[in-house]
Design a binder for this molecule. Structure first.
Ligand code: ZN
Length: 133
């Protein structure tokens, strides 16, 4: 069963006791900080013109929620463009993604769809700062 909580994480969402949650990094940060216990997965939505999930985003979600993290790249109308698979080796292109560098080698998961590799859409400022430190 899928429920959408348009206001993000709140008491109503908590009472639903989800096994998986999906949302933007800002919404997921709230879920992680709320001490929610999930059993399946967390899906992080990222969008064009913003960086993909960073290493520190992943660390925060992993430490807060302890379930596998899957990034999904959506357009501004929330149409799926690319999605991370069980191999966690980039995101398989579903639609669009023209002009982005893709990896064409077959993924460990067996899916032959080309993949957007981590970092191809830029990294967050704090990661750049960490690289320069
Ligand atoms: Zn794959």
């Amino acid at each position: 069963m899928v429920r959408v909580f348009a206001q993000g994480w709140d008491d109503r969402a908590a009472r639903f006791q989800p096994t998986s949650v999906a949302g933007t990094m800002d919404q997921l940060r709230q879920v992680a900080e709320a001490g929610v216990e999930l059993s399946h997965a967390v899906i992080a939505f990222t969008y064009p013109d913003e960086p993909g999930l960073s290493r520190s985003d992943r660390d925060l979600l992993w430490q807060g929620l302890g379930v596998p993290i899957f990034e999904q790249y959506l357009d501004r109308n929330n149409k799926l463009l690319a999605m991370e698979c069980d191999a966690h080796a980039g995101m398989h292109v579903v639609a669009g993604c023209e002009g982005l560098d893709v990896e064409s080698e077959v993924c460990a998961c067996g899916n032959r769809a080309p993949r957007l590799m981590r970092g191809v859409r830029g990294v967050r400022i704090e990661e750049l700062a960490a690289l320069l430190a």
